[in-house]
Design a protein around this ligand. Structure first.
Ligand code: FAD
Ligand code: DHB
Length: 396
């Protein structure tokens, strides 16, 4: 006998999208259950993004999960663009009328959201398996899954597919419904987490003949560093010595390098891809976050887009349960996609500006340097960067 439970919104995936959606729905008096195939410890330790836009921070604080963020995060007012052996600061705050970005690791956001849900008696079912979604083209969708070996069923009004890029929700939509846009960039990022103080108080994006590098951080004692590498890179080819040598070379300025070496805590490769599906809804199944779109990481938009999607989805679901109809839900996809495409464009622009393209001659490099030169000397161009980097307004 399959045990059946009922909720209003079944949420697949306890990433930033799924957990924040569950929290926002709870604040609006809407019940949900989150189904996650990993353990609580795994999702709370998974190293991913770290840069939050102003709007993301404001939302987390407004909805009551920003206490630790306010205490422990690092607020940044500018970034450095480094090219041709020199650094140039972009004053984000001055160019945007006071906006900032904030360093706070994604897994810390996850911990805060999990705690908020569990403290409020919310249901997150960890380590479930064989999740499948059914009947979402009619009024009574169902989700089936296994928990501790037993088969279970969750009846609901709506399903939120917040199960990331490799999840099952997007693929459960019938063939032919979605238009897929997919682009693979011809490089990847090698990311390392090191027990060393940041090389500078602000992030440094470097254009270098050996390839792009990014110097960011997690705390005042832990750095996060990224190096452009090949898409099929084998981590075995990157012993610690080679990583430090490469970072030193790409960071180098005419004035030398201020890079302190120390233990490398974690290494990983991130593929670079631009991916969007349209629409992000099929009847009562809604996709949010990485389940619907991926941006290349340059510019740090992935996590921020996931947050923006569920902000819109939570409002639309709350309006429906408050008796205001399906109008906002029907507009969900179009509302989100407008911002998603603008973030996709910005991530593409920053990626193509800063990376070395394999097999291309010196013309592209000279064009990149000319654009960087223009960017750091033109207030109009720097303002466009600052507005996009700190996050475009939520337009709903
Ligand atoms: P996810 O965080 O992927 O969450 C989806 C959740 O669903 C996961 O917990 C997963 O375990 C669960 N799930 C999947 N399938 C199932 C299933 N069948 N059943 C139940 N649960 C399921 N962005 C940046 O902006 N900057 C970065 O530096 C950066 N680095 C990244 C590094 C890596 C290795 C990765 C993978 C992503 C990175 N991103 C980065 C992107 C950013 O982390 C994502 O955009 C963000 O996590 C999206 O949140 P989400 O909730 O949509 O998806
Ligand atoms: C980080 C990642 C990014 O992709 C980025 O553009 C800025 C910061 C980070 O992990 O801190």
């Amino acid at each position: 006998m399959v045990q059946t439970a009922r909720t209003q919104v079944a949420i697949i995936g306890a990433g930033p999208a799924g957990l924040l959606l569950a929290h926002l729905l709870h604040l609006a008096g809407v019940r949900s259950v989150v189904l996650e195939n990993r353990s609580q410890q795994y999702i709370e330790e998974r190293i991913r993004a770290g840069l939050l836009e102003q709007g993301t921070v404001d939302l987390l604080i407004e909805c009551g999960v920003g206490e630790r963020l306010k205490r422990e995060s690092l607020v940044h007012h500018g970034i450095e663009l480094r090219f041709g052996g020199r650094g140039h600061r972009i004053d984000l705050t001055a160019l945007t009328g006071g906006r900032t970005v904030t360093i706070y690791a994604q897994h810390e956001v996850i911990k805060d959201l999990v705690k908020a849900r569990l403290d409020a008696g919310g249901e997150i079912r960890f380590e479930v398996s064989d999740v499948s979604v059914h009947d979402f083209s009619g009024p009574t969708p169902r989700v089936r899954y296994r928990e501790s070996g037993a088969e279970r069923e969750l009846a609901c009004d709506f399903i939120a597919g917040c199960d990331g890029f490799h999840g099952i929700c997007r693929e459960s939509i019938p063939a032919g419904v979605l238009t897929v846009y997919d682009h693979h960039y011809p490089f990847a990022w090698l990311g390392v987490l090191t027990e060393t103080p940041p090389v500078s108080p602000e992030l440094i994006y470097t254009h270098h003949e050996r390839g792009f590098a990014l110097f960011t951080m997690r705390t005042t004692r832990v750095s996060r560093l990224y190096l452009q590498c090949t898409p099929d890179e084998d981590l075995a080819n990157w012993p610690d010595d080679r990583i430090w040598e490469e970072l030193r070379a790409r960071l180098g300025t005419d004035g030398g390098v201020n890079l302190r070496e120390g233990p490398i805590l974690q290494k990983g490769i991130t593929a670079m891809r631009g991916f969007v599906v349209e629409p992000m809804q099929y009847h009562r199944l809604f996709l949010a976050g990485d389940a619907a779109h991926i941006v290349p990481p340059t510019g740090a938009k992935g996590l921020n887009l996931a947050v923006a999607d569920v902000r819109i989805l939570a409002r639309a679901l709350a309006a429906h349960y408050a008796g205001r109809g399906m109008d906002l839900l029907e507009r969900y996809s179009a509302t989100c996609l407008r911002r998603i495409w603008r973030a996709q464009r910005f991530s593409w622009w920053m990626t193509t500006l800063l990376h070395r393209f394999p097999g291309e001659g010196p013309l592209r490099t000279r064009l990149q340097l000319a654009e960087l030169d223009y960017l750091v000397h033109s207030k109009a161009a720097s303002t466009a960067l600052a507005e996009n980097y700190t996050g475009l307004p939520f337009d709903d």
